[in-house]
Write a protein that binds this ligand. Structure first.
Ligand SMILES: Nc1ncnc2c1ncn2[C@@H]1O[C@H](COP(=O)(O)OP(=O)(O)OP(=O)(O)O)[C@@H](O)[C@H]1O
Length: 257
């Protein structure tokens, strides 16, 4: 599913938080959002999900204006995992994932074997099948994060918006999640802080002070000049001798003596 944004703007408390962002993300593309703290990545994801009613501009899914699509229909097409997604209810791990099926259920279409299978598959995909009966309140930050991703997968969306999904995850689960995202036949927009992980995206958009200041293939975007100007770090591009993958090593340029 194609996701398009035109002239997105959001102001809050007299400040412009998102400032004229245009985007066109192709079906099946994995688009990474990078940028310093406070540059607008999370807010842009919320705008793309239609969660900020005060926003100006337009978001479209396959050419259909999001504002004209009923919320339930949006939830069948698009799932979002926000940072620190919480659930306050006394739910088990499995029940949290089951919430992902809500947009597909109704009085005429009650829970069925297909929903059970989809939830099983989502729990399996994030390695949480063995913990499905555990109460949410007893789970670690990384386990909760993986369940929120499973909930989004159970929604069976065609667009997945992920806000720093590798937060809280140990390195094994970070790599497993990124591989899972790469292999999903979905359009994915993913905010990332780890620029080496961002190199695995098809394209990157660089946010700075609410504006998208660069957009393109990772190798074209992650240049020493851009890293210095936007992230205020020096960087050296190294080559991993094992598979010739390019790896960035960063240097603090402001406090070096
Ligand atoms: N509701 C709000 N009211 C006022 N300011 C807000 C609001 N929401 C976000 N902001 C501000 O907008 C800016 C962008 O925030 P946002 O969370 O989108 O940045 P981010 O790039 O995701 O940051 P981080 O990397 O730290 O997660 C920040 O300066 C933030 O303080």
């Amino acid at each position: 599913m194609r996701i398009t944004a035109t002239k997105l703007v959001l102001q809050a408390q007299g400040r412009t938080i998102i400032d004229g962002v245009d985007l066109d993300i192709a079906p099946g593309e994995t688009f990474g959002l990078i940028g310093p703290n406070g540059s607008g990545k999370s807010t842009l994801l919320r705008l793309l999900a239609g969660l900020e009613r005060r926003a100006g501009g337009e978001v479209s899914l396959d050419g259909h204006n999001l504002r004209r699509i009923p919320r339930r229909e949006i939830a069948r097409r698009l799932a979002m995992v926000e940072q620190q997604a919480e659930t306050t209810d006394c739910l088990s791990a499995r029940q949290v994932v089951e919430l992902g099926r809500t947009p597909w259920l109704s009085a005429l279409v009650p829970w069925g074997a297909k929903d059970t299978a989809i939830v099983d598959e989502a729990l399996y995909a994030v390695g949480m099948k063995g913990m499905s009966s555990r109460p949410w309140s007893t789970l670690s930050g990384g386990e909760r994060q993986r369940l929120q991703i499973a909930r989004a997968l159970a929604q069976r969306p065609r667009v997945l918006l992920l806000d720093e999904p590798t937060n809280h995850l140990d390195i094994h689960h970070q790599l497993a999640l990124l591989r899972l995202v790469e292999e999903l036949p979905l359009t994915v927009v993913i905010a990332l802080h780890d620029l080496n992980q961002a190199m695995g995206c098809d394209r990157l958009g660089v946010m700075s002070q609410g504006r998208m200041v660069a957009c393109g293939k990772p190798a074209e975007i992650l240049t020493p000049d851009l890293l210095r100007a936007i992230f205020r770090v020096g960087a050296t591009l190294l080559t991993d001798p094992q598979d010739n993958t390019k790896v960035l090593r960063f240097h603090d340029i402001e406090n070096s003596r």
